[in-house]
Design a protein around this ligand. Structure first.
Ligand SMILES: Cc1cc2nc3c(=O)[nH]c(=O)nc-3n(C[C@H](O)[C@H](O)[C@H](O)COP(=O)(O)OP(=O)(O)OC[C@H]3O[C@@H](n4cnc5c(N)ncnc54)[C@H](O)[C@@H]3O)c2cc1C
Length: 285
């Protein structure tokens, strides 16, 4: 989708650029600031096998350049970008190629979690690939009722987990409708992960949760390499700096590419102030 001049400024805040070269430049700058990154080539729910194969090729290209540039970066992918809606088998083949390339380059593939209809298929594939290659991270969303069970299972299997609150509109049958209950579940799951998980990644910008995580880290005597915090590129930059200054490991999710629209809309939905900013910009030019 073509970017209008009016939205460009806000999109630019959340998206590192159209090209991989721009995204790599961001990762290099972050490296200089002591921040790790995870590169996300934007795209989801592709409609053809050719597009899915192209996503896999883009992932391999990113991995090659992460290695060649010596960047402390992983890649993040979505299974619907790799063809899950078209054929599970093709999707598995595409993801396996990316995971193999990542392993050869000494990095990881983080498999984003999409809406609830994909959770079982996503976790099945992550488990299988982690068992085979050992360099895959699962994502768990604290808003789902099922997540405690999933977290406990993944901890038992030593699959690394990224914990987030969840970004999709879900029915009350599968997800807590109240934000306070989502936050409460996040709190509970982050303790389980810090106590029992394999290098958990706590992905949130919620300062209260981050403070609490810091206290648990102290209580358990964890070293910085035993966990990491993750945040989105462009969100709460001062808080990002503070975490690094306090000695925590921080990884930023760095999206790039042309298919920015769904990602951008989820970022707008997370914070009313973003919408107000956009409306003002549209009104005032
Ligand atoms: C590294 C990373 C990876 C993620 N991967 C996934 C995934 O695979 N699947 C998935 O469903 N979701 C994913 N998410 C999104 C996540 O589920 C939440 O939607 C998002 O992080 C907002 O929740 P929060 O934990 O920051 O808490 P919130 O309570 O929503 O926000 C806490 C505070 O952070 C600030 N903030 C939060 N979001 C924004 C924003 N967009 N713009 C400006 N300020 C903001 C605000 O000050 C807000 O008060 C990911 C998030 C991160 C950080």
């Amino acid at each position: 989708m073509e970017q209008s001049r009016l939205t460009r400024r806000l999109v630019k805040r959340f998206v590192a650029g159209h090209s991989l070269a721009e995204a790599l430049a961001v990762c290099r700058r972050l490296k200089g600031e002591g921040i790790l990154s995870t590169l996300d080539y934007l795209g989801e729910n592709v409609a053809s096998a050719a597009e899915a194969a192209e996503s896999a090729e883009k992932a391999r290209e990113a991995i090659r350049l992460i290695r060649d540039n010596g960047l402390p970066a992983t890649i993040s992918i979505k299974l619907t970008q790799f063809g899950l809606d078209i054929s599970e088998e093709e999707c598995r083949g595409n993801v396996t190629k990316a995971v193999e390339a990542a392993r050869a380059a000494g990095t990881q593939v983080e498999v984003d979690m999409e809406s609830s209809e994909y959770v079982d298929r996503t976790l099945d594939l992550v488990r299988r690939l982690h068992g085979e290659y050992g360099n895959v991270r699962a994502v768990i969303q604290a808003y789902l009722y099922r997540s405690e069970q999933d977290v406990r299972q993944l901890c038992r299997e030593r699959v690394p987990v990224r914990l987030c609150k969840g970004a999709y509109l879900e029915p009350a049958g599968v997800a807590f409708p109240e934000k306070t209950r989502v936050d409460g579940n996040y709190r509970k799951l982050m303790r389980i992960l810090l106590e029992e998980g394999a290098v958990p990644a706590l992905a949130t910008h919620d300062e209260a949760l981050l403070v609490e995580a810091g206290l648990i880290v102290k209580e358990l005597g964890l070293k910085p390499e035993q966990y990491e915090f993750q945040m989105l590129y462009g969100v709460r930059r001062r808080l990002q700096r503070r975490l690094v200054e306090e000695g925590h490991r921080l990884r930023l999710y760095v999206p790039y590419g042309e298919a920015w629209y769904p990602y951008f809309m989820r970022r707008l939905a997370e914070r009313p102030a973003n919408v107000v900013f956009l409306v003002r910009q549209l009104a005032g030019g």
